[in-house]
Ligand binder design. Structure first.
Ligand SMILES: *Cc1c(COP(=O)(O)O)cnc(C)c1O
Length: 492
């Protein structure tokens, strides 16, 4: 299958090539030529296990990965509790939560990042690339750890992660600073996530730097959700959630459901949009933001304006003002007008603002609904849902559930709704303890113990084991020193 750049100046002939390149050479994002129609394949998927569903969907986009794909899907998803990356929990009537956090690093990023090392490696082979791959990752907390786990000690790979100094939870920081593996490096960058993201993007667009790396036998690649290899595996859990609801008799085949998605870089929810285009009976996709509500405003007005105050919240993985993957949606609703998309992204870069037309806005409104929850609402929702439904959740999921409740009272409908839960509550123990007990417990491990006593939800082993691991990485750098830091790492 061909992949086009959203900005029109780069076309590649396979998913493998799009995945290996990561970002297209004109700065745009790769999108598939078509969306394969799965509307008459849902029946087939009902009896499949998760890894089979993943293989079924992914092979439609990437036939060049052959039979090995299925084997690697199985290996990736065996790393999840019960080999089940997306169990659906019924919280209340017509209110379901798909828990995407039972993987090695306890956040939904694992669903794609357990598979991405294979997609990249095999992709390189398919494309005849000889250099080793250096993966650079900008993270608001969860991608970094999930990518480090996925790539640690992987043959022919090095990985380096940039996270915002002071911009992640204690547990997220500890997860990254204690990372094991010979081929990994982690630094924090003074600034916020957008600074990390622009630092990495800048390195990617520095041709001279790429030349230098090539001489040393390396080639850059990205594990961020701008990479199609990150996006594609995320399509599966929308299908899987739907199939599970049909199988358990909660809905009938063909019934429409809504998904509510806690959103930052727009990767998770975009996979839902792709699932809908592939024929999954999704009615609305609800885009839930925290106080950094640039997307809420965009879906209301058609104007994207990143010139606003940046807030640090208790859902740090959503503290983002530039949602990179939105470019793919804007491309689709402009009827794939690449010149217009390129112009808008140029405006975004230069002025921080761009606007879509009324027609495009209406088209988006057919599928998307957007709202946000502030810190107080997020806390209240954690406490309320625990008290009323006995369900414990993390602040990112709580943002989505809070928006779900507003959405439900706005529509007055009783349609089945699935909220995607993106992280374990124990990754954000202090914030959860404050919501449950009215006071913040300063130590992340004590907070976890108290929450576990109260909720009877066990603390995951991958949290408990962090306590005794040595800190390997605690360097904080200035943006301007990022390239030097990469070279030092390579030369080691
Ligand atoms: C990354 C992340 C999000 C946001 O997902 P996007 O794909 O960036 O929109 C939400 N919640 C958690 C816990 C995350 O790690």
């Amino acid at each position: 299958m061909k992949f086009y750049s959203t900005r029109g100046k780069d076309t590649v002939n396979s998913a493998a090539e799009a995945i290996v390149k990561g970002l297209s050479s004109d700065g745009g994002l790769f999108v598939p030529e078509t969306f394969p129609d799965f509307s008459d394949k849902l029946e087939n998927m009902l009896s499949m296990e998760y890894y089979e569903r993943a293989n079924y969907i992914l092979s439609a986009f990437m036939p060049e990965y052959g039979d090995e794909l299925k084997v690697k899907c199985k290996a990736a998803y065996d790393k999840f509790e019960n080999s089940e990356p997306a169990p659906v929990v019924k919280v209340d009537d017509n209110f379901y939560i798909t828990e995407l956090f039972h993987g090695p690093t306890l956040a939904f990023k694992d669903v794609a990042l357990t598979l991405l090392p294979f997609l990249l490696k095999k992709g390189s082979t398919v494309c005849g690339i000889k250099e080793d791959i250096l993966v650079l990752v900008a993270t608001s907390g969860d991608t970094g750890k999930a990518a480090l786990e996925g790539f640690k000690n992987a043959d022919g790979n090095k990985i380096m992660v940039f996270y915002p100094t002071g911009g992640v939870s204690d547990m997220q920081k500890l997860q990254m600073s204690t990372q094991e593996g010979e081929n990994v490096n982690v630094v924090s960058v003074v600034g916020n996530f957008d600074d990390c993201q622009s630092t990495v993007k800048k390195i990617f667009s520095d041709e001279k730097f790429a030349e230098d790396l090539k001489k040393k036998g390396y080639r850059l690649s990205s594990a961020n959700s701008i990479n199609f290899g990150r996006l594609a595996p995320q399509i599966t859990y929308y299908f899987s959630s739907y199939c599970d609801l049909v199988s358990s008799g909660e809905i009938s085949m063909g019934d429409k459901v809504d998904f509510v998605v806690p959103t930052g870089n727009f990767g998770n929810i975009l996979a839902g949009y792709y699932a809908k285009k592939m024929g999954l009976p999704i009615d609305k996709l609800v885009c839930a933001s925290n106080r950094n509500n640039v997307l809420t405003e965009f879906f209301a007005s058609g104007k994207y304006d990143k010139n606003r105050e940046f807030y640090k919240t208790t859902s740090p993985s959503m503290d983002i003002l530039i949602s990179s993957n939105l470019e793919r949606l804007v491309f689709e609703v402009s009827d794939r007008n690449c010149d217009l998309t390129a112009k808008r992204m140029e405006e975004l870069k230069n002025t921080g603002v761009y606007e879509v037309s009324k027609t495009e806005l209406n088209k988006m409104a057919e599928t998307f609904y957007a709202d946000f929850a502030d810190e107080e609402e997020c806390k209240e929702t954690i406490a309320e849902v625990f008290d009323e439904n006995g369900y414990l959740m993390d602040p990112h999921t709580a943002v989505a559930v809070s928006v779900y409740k507003k959405y439900k009272s706005y529509t007055g409908s009783n349609k089945p709704v699935v909220v995607l839960s993106t992280a374990s509550p124990y990754k954000f123990g202090q914030a959860v303890s404050e919501a449950l007990f009215g006071k913040k417990i300063k130590d992340a491990f004590i907070a976890a113990e108290k929450i576990s006593e109260q909720s009877a939800v066990p603390i995951p082993e991958n949290i408990l084991s962090l306590k005794n691991k040595p800190i390997r990485f605690n360097k904080s750098i200035d943006k301007a020193d990022a390239e030097d830091e990469v070279l030092n790492f390579i030369n080691k």
